[in-house]
Design a binder for this molecule. Structure first.
Ligand SMILES: [Zn+2]
Length: 198
C-alpha cells in the first residue's frame, strides 16, 4: 500500500468506466454472502466497484456483475438496501466530520455566534442550517450569508446536528476555512447527491 489511494484507478462493474478509486463505490461480500457497501474503502477482502449512479448499481445487480467481479456466485443483493446503506454511511461520515471539526475548534454553533462570525466572512467556509431552523433565524441567515457571499447549506435537523457536535440541539453552524472544511464540503456535496439523485 502506498497510502495514496487517490492515484489508484478502478473500473465500474456496470459501465466499465475507469476512475480514481475514491470516486467509485466499493462493495465487498460479507462471510454470509450479503453484498455490503464499503463507503470508506476499509473492509478487508476483494472489492468490486461501481459509479455513484443508480443506473450502474441497478445494472450491476441485474447482470450479476458484482458476483462475477467478486468471484462469489452466492451473493445476495437488492438495489434499494444497497442505496439505503450507502446513504446512511455517507450521512454518518458527514456527521463524524462535523464532530471532528468541532473538536478541532473550527466550528461556531448557535444562531447568535454564527451571526456574529458572519461579520468576518472571509474566515468562513460555509454555514449550515437545519431544515427545522426557526423562521426568524432562517431568514436572517439567508440574508446575511447572501450579503457576505458565504455558501449556505440546508440539511439535517436540530437534534441530529446537536448530537454530531456533542451538544444539545443546534440549528446552525459556521465552519472555518481549513483542509477539514474542504473534506467536509466534498462529503456534504456527496451526501446531498446521494439523498437527491440516487
Ligand atoms: Zn458506472
Amino acid at each position: 500500500m502506498t497510502g495514496h489511494k487517490r492515484h489508484v484507478t478502478r473500473t465500474c462493474v456496470a459501465c466499465r468506466c475507469s476512475d480514481e478509486q475514491e470516486n467509485l463505490i466499493r462493495f465487498v461480500a460479507s462471510p454470509n454472502g450479503d453484498l455490503l457497501v464499503d463507503y470508506q474503502h476499509k473492509l478487508p477482502g476483494r472489492g468490486a466497484y461501481s459509479c455513484f449512479k443508480r443506473e450502474c448499481i441497478t445494472r450491476a445487480v441485474q447482470r450479476k456483475a458484482f458476483a462475477r467481479s467478486l468471484k462469489n456466485a452466492q451473493i445476495n443483493v437488492d438495489v434499494d438496501p444497497l442505496i439505503g446503506s450507502l446513504r446512511e454511511q455517507v450521512r454518518l461520515r458527514v456527521l463524524n466530520l462535523i464532530g471532528m471539526a468541532r473538536k478541532a475548534g473550527l466550528v461556531a454553533s448557535g444562531s447568535q455566534l454564527v451571526l456574529a462570525t458572519l461579520k468576518n466572512p472571509q474566515e468562513i467556509a460555509w454555514v449550515l442550517m437545519t431544515s427545522d431552523v426557526s423562521e426568524g433565524v432562517g431568514s436572517k441567515l439567508r440574508q446575511r450569508s447572501a450579503r457576505s457571499n458565504v455558501p449556505l447549506i440546508e440539511c439535517f435537523d436540530k437534534a441530529t446536528l446537536g448530537q454530531a457536535l456533542g451538544l444539545s440541539e443546534r440549528s446552525v453552524l459556521a465552519l472555518k476555512k481549513s483542509p477539514l472544511a474542504q473534506t467536509l464540503n466534498h462529503e456534504l456535496q456527496r451526501y446531498m447527491y446521494v439523498m437527491g439523485e440516487l
